[in-house]
Every structure is written in C-alpha cells, then in structure tokens.
Write a protein that binds this ligand. Structure first.
Ligand SMILES: [Zn+2]
Length: 77
C-alpha cells in the first residue's frame, strides 16, 4: 500500500499515513480532523521542476522551495 504525507488544516501538523488507495479519506493523526490535505511527495516536486514546470522555478538561483534569497540559507538545502 502507498504511504502519503498529509498536512492537517486544523492543527497545522504534518503526518504520514499508509492508505489502501490513493484517494482514501484519512483523518489527522494528531487531532482526528478530516480537514487534511495530501502533500506532494518530494520526488514528485523534484521531477516537475526537472521537466520544465515553472511553479517551483527559481528565476535568480534562489532556493525556490522556501523563498530564501540564497541557496543553502534554508533548512531544506
Ligand atoms: Zn490535526
């Protein structure tokens, strides 16, 4: 079964859950809220930028993932 990462809109916390189907309804692991949003996987985001998508493009060489002005100035790099 696939594992997906979710972000709860009620408590703002992220969690991962193994679900039987891609579109399965899940509740927040922390507060049981149903208002959770499935997050794109890290691999999917990296693939989209490599294929020319502009959503995460960094026009001036900035991080692009967190909005930091310089690469390496955020925790993600
Ligand atoms: Zn929650």
């Amino acid at each position: 079964m696939p594992i997906f990462e979710y972000l709860c809109k009620d408590c703002g916390r992220a969690f991962e859950k193994i679900v039987p189907r891609y579109d399965s309804i899940v509740d927040c692991a922390h507060c049981n809220s149903a208002k959770v949003e499935k997050q794109l996987s890290v691999f999917a985001v990296a693939g989209s930028s490599a294929s020319g998508a502009t959503d995460f493009a960094a026009p001036d060489g900035s991080c692009g993932r967190c909005g930091a002005a310089q690469p390496g100035s955020c925790a993600l790099d």
